[in-house]
Design a protein around this ligand. Structure first.
Ligand code: ZN
Length: 425
């Protein structure tokens, strides 16, 4: 099979150029102007932007154990619709991915369903219980690309220290879900005016920032690398900025909901706005955008957290945390970051493809001759209203249902094969 993507505006390294891409088998063979050759398949990308396939370094696919929320097949189909050619899934499944056999299971199942590529993240501690460190070496050999107890923090600081040390000896990455559960004190929304107005229990931002601070300091003391998940506060951005300035090997991600929404969303008790860490304030949104602009924040990850409608259809205090995120991530980034001119498409591509690929060590994330042909084509002029009932994901719990968004994914190519994706109309 060979394929020609013609007339697109292509993100090539640090520039945006009009070019064609010729793909043979699973590889990009040539990128250049006016490539003229026969191809089994031609994609006309006139008026479209051609980017490296997006890489999501933080999502929840729920398999094994919670297939009523999502499974590897439905989750990766939703990922494709969002333009993601690779996703890294968190291990808080049931049972948690805390051994090599379960890591292999996820990899095998992902190969069978053949949608987006899946890179499993293994647990830091057995059963995510925070007590005994997992056999990261075996899990890495089986295909784990990083380690995290995401969904919950590693509460014991010494366990985190030992885990960072152990991970470093395997050149493995620890991803920290930064939350001090004692400080969070059972809260459900950001602590502040809107918590008071709504009568919902607030979570102090110190719950996130104390842990960001702790984990940076532990990593620094070991000269180990660490990645901070879903940064949501102004204070966390500043902590990471300062740490980077003094040479700590820290990277971090944020999610689309932290630069496109505030805790105003909870005022009507919409449980899809119940997210952990919680939606913050306009000041935090501005700080997140500043962090994305100046390179403090390395990646945009979805934290795609699908839930069953029956679970979200409860009173606010009882509903689970999380919003579905795959299908709207690019459009939110385009609408809230590129359109207002905070960042350009080259920078967006770094945040959504090459940086997460680099942090996870999974290669590619760029469009280059000789690289695997993981490619996403988007229409920057297309506006649409997101209808979450038509989500490909089993999780219809999107915060963004009914939102008017701009920039739609129109074609996705994984390893040289064009995948079928549902249109937005
Ligand atoms: Zn988390």
């Amino acid at each position: 099979m060979n394929m020609l993507i013609k007339n697109g505006t292509v993100v090539i390294g640090d520039s945006l150029e009009r070019a064609d891409i010729y793909v043979e088998g699973s590889k990009i063979v040539k990128i250049g102007k006016d490539i003229d050759c026969a191809a089994d398949k031609i994609i006309d990308a006139d008026g479209k932007i051609v980017l490296p396939g997006f890489v999501d370094m933080h999502c929840h696919l729920r398999e094994p154990g919670q297939e009523y929320k999502e499974d590897i097949k439905s989750g990766t189909a939703a990922a494709l619709r969002g333009g993601f050619t690779s996703v890294a899934c968190m291990p808080n499944t049931n049972p948690p991915l805390d051994n090599a056999a379960l890591i292999k299971y996820v990899c095998t199942r992902a190969t069978e369903v053949d949608n987006a590529k899946v890179f499993p993240i293994g647990c830091v501690t057995k059963g995510q219980q925070g007590k005994e460190i997992t056999e990261m070496g075996f899990m890495k050999e089986a295909g784990a690309v990083a380690f995290s107890d995401d969904g919950r923090p590693v509460e014991n600081a010494n366990i985190m220290r030992l885990a960072l040390e152990y991970a470093a000896s395997h050149d493995a990455l620890i991803i920290s879900h930064c939350e001090d559960k004692e400080l969070a004190a059972g809260g459900v929304v950001n602590e502040g005016l809107n918590a008071t107005i709504s009568g919902l229990r607030g979570i102090t931002r110190a719950s996130e920032e104390c842990m960001v601070s702790r984990d940076i300091l532990i990593a620094e003391s070991l000269n180990a690398k660490i990645h901070i998940a879903h940064v949501s506060t102004k204070g966390s951005v500043e902590l990471v900025r300062q740490a980077k300035a003094r040479g700590v090997k820290v990277t971090c991600e944020t999610c689309p909901h932290y630069f496109s929404a505030t805790d105003d969303e909870i005022l009507n008790y919409n449980t899809n706005a119940k997210i952990n860490p919680p939606l913050r304030t306009q000041q935090d949104v501005e700080a997140i955008i500043e962090g994305l602009k100046d390179g403090t924040i390395d990646a945009i990850a979805t934290d795609h957290a699908p839930h069953h409608a029956d679970e979200k259809n409860l009173e606010f205090n009882l509903a689970p945390f999380g919003t579905a995120g795959f299908e709207t991530a690019f459009s939110l980034a385009y609408t809230y970051l590129v359109e207002p001119d905070y960042i350009d498409l080259v920078k967006l591509s770094k945040l959504m493809s090459s940086n997460p690929a680099k942090i996870l060590g999974i290669g590619s994330g760029t469009l280059k001759e000789g690289e695997r042909a993981d490619i996403t084509v988007v229409d920057p002029d297309k506006s649409y209203i997101f209808d979450s009932s038509k989500s490909v994901s089993k999780g219809k719990n999107s915060l963004f249902g009914g939102w008017k968004l701009r920039g739609a994914v129109t074609a996705v190519i994984v390893d040289g094969i064009e995948k079928e994706i549902k249109s937005y109309d």
